[in-house]
Write a protein that binds this ligand. Structure first.
Ligand code: NAP
Length: 255
């Protein structure tokens, strides 16, 4: 961590990781193993039992971009790595603005998207609203894996849904649905069993990427099922790393 350590002499370097993903935990672990760097990991607090990284962890919003900028200055943060989920667009925009205001270098750590393979029947859509509009023409029994915060887009549809989320969604905003708790990684065998047991004929997912939830796509390919794939929002401006290794290399570089 020579790049960071050089920035402010007299004390260790301070990195803020905006987390809520497996990559953020992996990055915090890798940093913990290196001398001369103190990591603060930040979580939004959406998950009741999140996988906690080593080092200091703070939980809850900052109160917008201004609050985040004040936090960066008050805690003497040298660098920020935004390792939030590819669909967490608001915190990304806040981080961009806050780091500009506080003159703190920032990197977006963004896992690569999934790539289409032969046999995949993906229907790419711009957003959840378009996914809901296209769905009735694609199937009657939907496997819906868009997270517990985004189910409302499918309210009012006269279809049956199998909803899988990490957190209980409370009262489902859907006419006819069953909820299943689930946290990856999932296996293709289990996903095949699930799709067959519920006679699923279409899937809906965000283009999240990552290996933990890829098995449903391999299972859909094997069964020849269509997958409605919600495209990612555009990333904030500035440097992007697609792996924890690349993020560590960015930390080594002088700001
Ligand atoms: P979002 O829409 O981008 O952010 C909404 C607000 O939540 C932000 O304005 C911020 O509040 C707070 N926030 C978000 N991430 C934070 C973090 N790491 N630390 C402190 N505050 C945070 O985010 P979201 O889509 O609701 O996602 C929330 C969290 O869940 C993220 O950390 C993300 O990595 C994780 N996650 C999201 C998804 C998804 O599909 N969206 C999936 C898996 C995990 P203030 O404005 O008050 O600072």
């Amino acid at each position: 961590m020579r790049g960071m350590a050089k920035q402010r002499s007299g004390r260790g370097a301070r990195l803020l990781i905006l987390g809520g993903t497996a990559e953020a935990v992996e990055l915090a672990r890798a940093c913990a193993a290196r001398p001369g760097i103190a990591v603060i990991s930040s979580l939004a607090g959406r998950t009741r039992a999140p996988g906690l990284p080593p080092g200091e962890v703070r939980i809850g919003g900052f109160g917008g971009a201004g609050g985040l900028a004040r936090f960066l200055i008050a805690r003497g943060i040298d660098r920020v790595i935004d390792a939030t989920h590819p669909f967490a667009a608001r915190i990304g925009a806040h981080a961009e603005q806050a780091c500009r205001e506080a003159a703190v270098p920032r990197l977006r750590l963004l896992r690569p998207p999934w790539t289409r393979e032969s046999g995949d029947r993906w229907i790419e859509v711009a957003d959840l609203a378009e996914a809901a509009r296209r769905l009735p023409k694609l199937g009657r029994r939907t496997f819906l894996t868009v997270g517990h915060q985004d189910l409302g887009a499918f309210a009012g549809l006269d279809l049956w849904f199998l909803v899988r989320t990490i957190e209980p969604p409370g009262v489902l905003p859907l006419r006819d649905a069953e909820w299943l708790a689930g946290r990856g990684p999932f296996t293709v065998e289990d996903e095949l069993r699930l799709l067959r047991a519920h006679a699923i004929d279409v899937l809906v997912t965000k283009a999240s990427g990552g290996s933990a939830t890829y098995a449903k796509l391999a299972a859909a390919r094997q069964l020849g099922l269509p997958v409605v794939m919600v495209r990612r929002p555009p990333p904030p401006s500035g440097p992007v790393a697609h792996s924890v290794e690349a993020a560590l290399a960015w930390l080594e570089r002088p700001a």
